[in-house]
Design a protein around this ligand. Structure first.
Ligand code: PLP
Length: 465
């Protein structure tokens, strides 16, 4: 391994400790690559001095075939420019956060946060924190059990009832996450005689869940109703039951599934529907009931899967809400429900408070809608190209070029606005964008600051006149 490669491998595999990175004054990766030999020399010096001395001998022994292959793959991810770095927050989740800087992760800066799924601004709401404390005091820290052994408390049942009532369905079943709800639903409800018909841009967890089941699998082109209808026609005689599966809001583009047309097709062809409404529940639609409400098909979607980990407090947890027999069957067969630990009481307590707040007033939903309208109209007037549904809190600012997008995201942090750029392979080539996510907790002034920063950076980079 040549020296440069070695340094790169150390860097990408975290063999360089945080302390060493600080000592090196957080030299940026490209700098490390350029200065490979020099940096390695520097590292050696640091390691000799450091109390966390690098045990190269034992480290070498652990480098087996699997590790080597992992290093090579990490290396190619780095080369492709798609290596994901975690940016460290040193504050609670909020509209204002302390975040490490892109070019020097030893330093943090207080910035306005426009990239969390904190749509209702409840993530650090004092009422949820108090409810979580109360649940900790009265129901303990953890249950050390799956639901059906001894992991179900009265509050779990109460939360399931609240969720079902919020969606106007018979019942709901809680999971540790919506990823689990999506992983566990298909195998439990569908057999080889059935068919699942899925939008091509559905979330990874739906794709994985579908892979786990034995049903026939079909994929229709994203939001293409003709393609969906063709598949429904073709599978009419072949499949016992057909389940049409779609995200409610597609999180990369901010567009909404055509639920009215999907439900109409489901009626015509005697199929059922499942909507993953993670990016809509609690805030989208007039009263926050999600995409079925927005599209005017409340009561026509058979199954709703969603998360407690975004708008509804943002901690963790997911659920399926739907007809009694299906929820009952999930409790008997769904593997993440049967074989993974129950939701922590503090999360359940805070989630109950979330639904209490949502049922009490529509204030958060309305405030978010105002912020979305203000941001979208000002950005459009300034000349930016935006994607997605006009009402949705996800606002992709379309920029095209991947490098430009990442530079603009860095510029925005400098301007005190935290946004993230997305490029290939997360989105198609040439369609890089910055995804802005608005929150009910943003003040008018904060939304204005974000728009002003975009205008400043956009002019500097020649994106807008
Ligand atoms: N479905 C969609 C559409 C999502 O965006 C996500 C989260 O990113 C999930 C499911 C998974 O939700 P959770 O974080 O509760 O596992």
């Amino acid at each position: 391994v040549d020296t440069t490669k070695k340094v790169r491998i150390f860097w990408t595999t975290n063999l360089i400790t945080q302390e060493e990175r600080s000592s090196m004054q957080a030299v940026r990766l490209h700098k490390v690559l350029e200065d490979g030999p020099k940096i390695l020399h520097l590292l050696k010096g640091i390691r000799q001095k450091s109390s966390l001395a690098f045990e190269s001998q034992s480290q070498c022994k652990r480098i087996n075939g699997l590790v080597t292959r992992a290093m090579e793959e990490l290396h190619s991810i780095e080369d492709a420019g798609t290596f994901k770095h975690e940016r460290i927050l040193e504050s609670p989740q909020s509209t204002l956060v302390n975040v490490s800087l892109p070019n020097d992760e030893t330093k943090t800066r207080t910035v306005l946060n426009f990239c969390a799924n904190n749509y209702l601004g409840l993530s650090s709401d004092p009422r949820l924190i108090k409810a979580a404390h109360d649940a900790l005091d009265h129901r303990g820290y953890g249950l050390s059990s799956v639901r059906f052994i001894c992991g179900t408390q009265d509050i779990h049942k109460e939360l399931e009832r609240k969720i079902a009532s919020f969606h106007s369905t018979d019942d709901a079943i809680l999971y540790p996450s919506c990823f689990d709800a999506n992983a566990g639903i298909f195998e439990a409800l569908l057999g080889p005689e059935d068919a699942v018909i899925s939008d091509s841009l559905n979330h990874a967890s739906l794709i994985d869940g579908i892979r786990l089941c034995k049903a026939q699998r079909h994929r229709y082109k994203h939001s293409d109703m003709l393609d969906l209808e063709n598949i429904l026609r073709e599978t009419h005689e072949i499949a016992r039951n057909r389940l049409i599966v779609t995200d409610g809001v597609f999180s990369m583009d901010g567009d909404v599934a055509k639920l009215k047309e999907i439900c109409d097709l489901a009626d015509i062809y005697d199929a059922q529907t499942l909507v993953d409404d993670c990016h809509a529940t609690g805030f989208f639609g007039k009263t926050g009931r999600g995409t079925p409400e927005h599209c005017g098909v409340e009561g026509r979607v058979d199954l709703i899967n969603s998360t407690l980990g975004k708008a509804l407090g943002g901690a963790t947890g997911g659920y399926t809400s739907g007809p009694q027999a299906l929820i009952d069957l999930l409790r008997q067969k769904s593997r993440p429900y049967l074989f993974s630990n129950t939701l922590a009481p503090s999360v359940v307590g805070a989630s109950l408070e979330t639904f209490r707040i949502l049922n009490e007033s529509n204030e958060h939903v309305e405030k978010l809608a105002k912020n979305v309208t203000m941001f979208r109209s000002q950005m459009q007037n300034a000349g930016f190209k935006l994607a997605g549904d006009a009402n949705n809190a996800i606002v992709p600012v379309m920029l095209g070029d991947a490098r430009l997008t990442s530079e603009i995201a860095d510029d925005m942090i400098e301007e005190g606005i935290y946004v993230i750029g997305f490029s290939y392979p997360v989105v198609p080539k040439g369609k890089a964008r910055i995804r802005v996510q608005l929150s009910a907790a943003h003040s008018i002034d904060e939304v204005q600051k974000a728009v002003d920063a975009f205008i400043e950076v956009g002019k500097k980079r020649g994106i807008i006149p």
